[in-house]
Design a binder for this molecule. Sequence first.
Ligand code: SF4
Length: 309
Amino acid sequence: MHQHQDNTKKEQYNLNKLQKRLRRNVGEAIADYNMIEEGDRIMVCLSGGKDSYTMLEILRNLQQSAPVSFSLVAVNLDQKQPGFPEHILPEYLDKLGVEYKIVEENTYAIVKDKIPEGKTTCSLCSRLRRGILYRTATELGCTKIALGHHRDDILQTLFLNMFYGGKMKGMPPKLMSDDGKHIVIRPLAYCREKDIERFAIAREYPIIPCNLCGSQPNLQRQVIGDMLRDWDKRYPGRIETLFSAMQDIVPSHMADTSLFDFKGIQHGSEVVDGGDLAFDREPVPLRPAGWQPEDDEDAPVRLDVMQIR
Ligand code: SF4
């Protein structure tokens, strides 16, 4: 009995710690990229996966104490995939008392019709989904669209683009949509996937499986995900360092002529960004940049971020 109580207490303690960390990560990302402003009406895209449930909960949480006032409307797109449990999200959202809209569009039939059997369907499917979500945001009068991608999704995209696309291009925390009409934000940009995973399990979200369409998962993305998870285990801090690197780019020390005027370097030019350190032994920090200990809930808090304590 005592043992059971102890375990429950411990679980509660861990859940609180996780929630605090996620809240801090989200608050910092919102502040760094000015994701949310006074009066915003934010469409929270809810797929029924762990990331989107977590995003909704943390945003609702921050809403209580944020220095700006904003409203949220959860949106799920029912793509009419066979076996989609359509009752789960309305029940969950009704219980929470969140404003929401379920949009029904049979993109599944379109994709099945257009893409030959055995070919990957994700690119057409997500293009269709994007269009519908943008249209819905306009209909609902939303000023921002929030997507549930997290730090590890962002890094995976960077490596996918580097390995297969020959581009250093990740996934921005905030961007203007292709049609130039919507601002898309990713409030979980600083959140680690493993925190979200643990949080989602502890909160017992009614997860809707994402493979209902029968499409095979993207193999390349999976390989990169495994590589990053392996690095994380073997070299703690490496993932944090990589993400910090995305926030600290030195164009004069890369090789993109559109980002830096290499041709313009002449005798008499100024030394830029430390000049050439290639022949020096650069000090390697003992602790990787951006590294945070697992138990970092007591880490100093930035004053300009949305924060609940
Ligand atoms: S996995 Fe299925 S539902 Fe998801 S994007 Fe690909 S085709 Fe669409």
